[in-house]
Write a protein of this length. Structure first.
Length: 512
């Protein structure tokens, strides 16, 4: 029996060593894996997060990176206590509230009962609109958990305490399970997504403005005498908080350890209780003093789900991907780190009550094409209201974009960018290509008229060029300076075109 045990131990040790060697090899292969120097969140941590991860760390596998790059289009959902108020900017307005407003805000969970929420209806909508993934706020900066966390908050601010705001003891999860609703929203969304093969991205905020143990990180309304040393952004915190910052004592070692233990426990819950999680959307950062503990958390998370793609916020080059926010990069980035644009459909990522503030299906389509042509993905941000329902205008515009994808999806999903600067020609043409490089897709962002001329494309002999959504081959002529494609007279009538907003052309560039 002892020999069996020893053999098993030897096998496990050898397996562990092989796994470590594989990850080390993978890390070596990705030695150029780095965030763009101008990435805002990277600049906040690069002074203390090592540029090259420790040897025992490994990014997600190449297969996971490939799956990530195949997604192309998804939706970003912000829903939390802030949705009850129906205003923009998620939980950020909490920082500018006066003390009575903050106290009322933090107590809103006691009456929240969003009966309009239906995870299956949400996922049916997204699948029907051509979205391959969703991101959901499991916990935003306000500290309210939208899942059945088993962790407990032990200290919080009493904003209306006699004599001014003061910290007080407490014992609660501060989660959706303590509302009249009492349903694990994250579980229902993940279950519905798994049934439809929609990839899952769970957003999680590093800071927590409810839990006093997390002071003073990332603009926590409870600041401390050592804020500048702990966070490195104390001046920015002063600007955001103004005279609404409350100075309380520095955290004790016990509080710091309790903070990091709860932070790790909640992330562990997300990666162990909801099945496969494709992406973990970390946000903001903590600070240099607790980086060693946060790094250990990241190492532990990688063991729980080795292929989860980690958003880089707060963890520097330990991240697998990054998210240009509110813009599409102007050019292909000088990095091999995958990226996913996040861009709100309305004026912010949370519920948009003003119909006219929604940017439109044409905006979605143009930004999606532009992102994919440059090698990235595009995530459009929306939020439900306090009852769990989306604005009709948002739904209508996403459905319009989905109709476009039904016609043009072959040139979007699982494609790759062309080499070097060949992703575009001028302001109105973008390109993608198949992985085998045998087919190029040209997208005209405005109607080309009677002829489309492409300088950088060389069709194969006998190639059939056609507009996506039609079955008719188009006449084309190869010239010394490119290819000229004739657009039939019948398609000059808008009502006879296969789609709106932009038009895709499929071109075989290598013989079959």
């Amino acid at each position: 029996m002892s020999d069996v045990i020893m053999n098993r131990r030897s096998f496990l040790a050898a397996s562990a060593a092989a796994s470590a060697a594989l990850r080390s090899s993978r890390a070596a292969e990705r030695r150029n894996h780095h965030l763009p120097a101008r990435d805002t969140h990277y600049r906040h941590v690069q002074s203390y997060v090592e540029e090259v991860p420790v040897p025992e760390y490994g990014w997600a596998s190449d297969a996971a990176y490939e799956r990530f790059r195949d997604i192309k289009y998804g939706v970003r959902l912000h829903w939390g206590l802030y949705s009850i108020l129906g205003g923009p900017n998620e939980s950020w307005p909490f920082l500018t509230m006066d003390s009575p407003e903050r106290q009322r805000y933090q107590a809103m969970y006691k009456t929240w009962n969003p009966q309009g929420f239906n995870a299956d209806e949400w996922m049916d909508l997204f699948a029907g609109c051509g979205m391959k993934m969703f991101a959901f706020t499991s916990k935003h900066h306000e500290g309210f958990s939208m899942f059945d966390t088993r962790t407990r908050v032990r200290r919080r601010a009493n904003w209306t305490a006699p004599g001014g705001p003061a910290m007080e003891d407490c014992d609660l999860a501060y989660s959706i399970m303590e509302t009249p609703f009492r349903r694990d929203v994250v579980r229902e969304l993940c279950d519905a997504a798994h049934k439809r093969d929609i990839k899952i991205d769970l957003y999680f905020s590093h800071p927590d403005w409810y839990d006093a143990d997390f002071r003073p990180y990332c603009f926590h309304p409870l600041q401390v005498p050592s804020s500048d040393i702990l966070t490195g952004v104390h001046q920015e915190a002063r600007q955001r908080l103004g005279d609404r910052a409350v100075i309380v004592p520095d955290t004790t070692p016990e509080e710091v350890n309790r903070m990091m233990a709860r932070h790790r426990a909640q992330l562990t819950e997300l990666l162990t209780r909801y099945g496969t999680v494709d992406m973990l959307c970390l946000d903001m950062w903590l600070g240099p003093k607790v980086w060693p503990q946060l790094r250990e958390t990241i190492l532990q998370l990688r063991k729980l789900q080795p292929d989860v793609m980690l958003r880089a916020r707060g963890i520097g080059n330990y991240g697998d991907y990054y998210t240009p926010e509110g813009f599409v990069p102007g050019d292909k980035e000088n990095t091999d780190t995958p990226w996913f644009v996040i861009y709100p459909l309305g004026s912010s990522f949370s519920y948009e009550r003003v119909a006219e503030n929604h940017k439109g299906a044409a905006w979605v389509v143009r930004n999606l094409i532009d992102s994919v042509a440059k090698g990235g993905n595009f995530m459009v941000g929306i939020g439900p209201d306090g009852d769990g329902r989306f604005h009709p205008t948002a739904v209508s515009q996403l459905k319009e974009a989905g109709e476009w994808l039904k016609v043009n999806g072959a040139g979007i999903y699982a494609t790759r960018p062309r080499e070097a600067d060949l992703w575009s020609e001028g302001a109105d043409v973008r390109f993608t290509r198949t992985k085998d490089n045998k087919t190029v897709y040209a997208f005209a962002l405005k109607w080309p008229g009677e002829k489309l001329f492409l300088r950088s494309v060389r069709p194969a002999d006998g190639s059939v060029i056609q507009m996506l959504g039609t079955n008719m081959p188009l006449k084309w002529i190869r010239q010394d300076t490119g290819v000229e494609v004739e657009i039939p007279a019948g398609l000059q009538d808008e009502s006879r075109r296969p789609c709106r907003f932009a038009w895709g052309f499929q071109i075989r560039t290598q013989a079959a």
